[in-house]
Design a protein around this ligand. Structure first.
Ligand code: SF4
Length: 93
């Protein structure tokens, strides 16, 4: 039997964004502690999900929204850029 393993702070790969463990504000100190670490030499993996699709693929388990207006997509992308900008100023990044 395979156990369901929740993504944890500091994982190289984030399977859910934000990781389930960060959906609780109690976990924010742990996230901030990780982001304040000096940058490592390890490669940085970055996955940016843009959850707007023309149709839902049968095999897809990602969040995807169909038929959203361009204004919603644009607002989402603007906020992704803002969030990436915030992360880019963190020492770990
Ligand atoms: S439904 Fe899923 S797999 Fe298909 S295009 Fe959208 S995100 Fe990609």
């Amino acid at each position: 039997m395979t156990a369901l393993v929740e993504p944890i702070a500091g994982n190289y790969f984030v399977a859910a964004y934000p990781p389930f463990s960060f959906w609780n504000s109690d976990q924010l100190p742990a996230l901030n502690q990780i982001l304040r670490r000096p940058a490592s030499r390890a490669p940085l993996g970055l996955y940016v999900h843009v959850p707007f699709c023309q149709k839902k693929c049968d095999y897809c388990y990602y969040l995807s929204l169909i038929g959203q207006p361009a204004s919603v997509v644009g607002r989402y992308l603007d906020n992704v850029v803002k969030e990436l900008s915030i992360y880019s100023r963190q020492p770990a990044i």
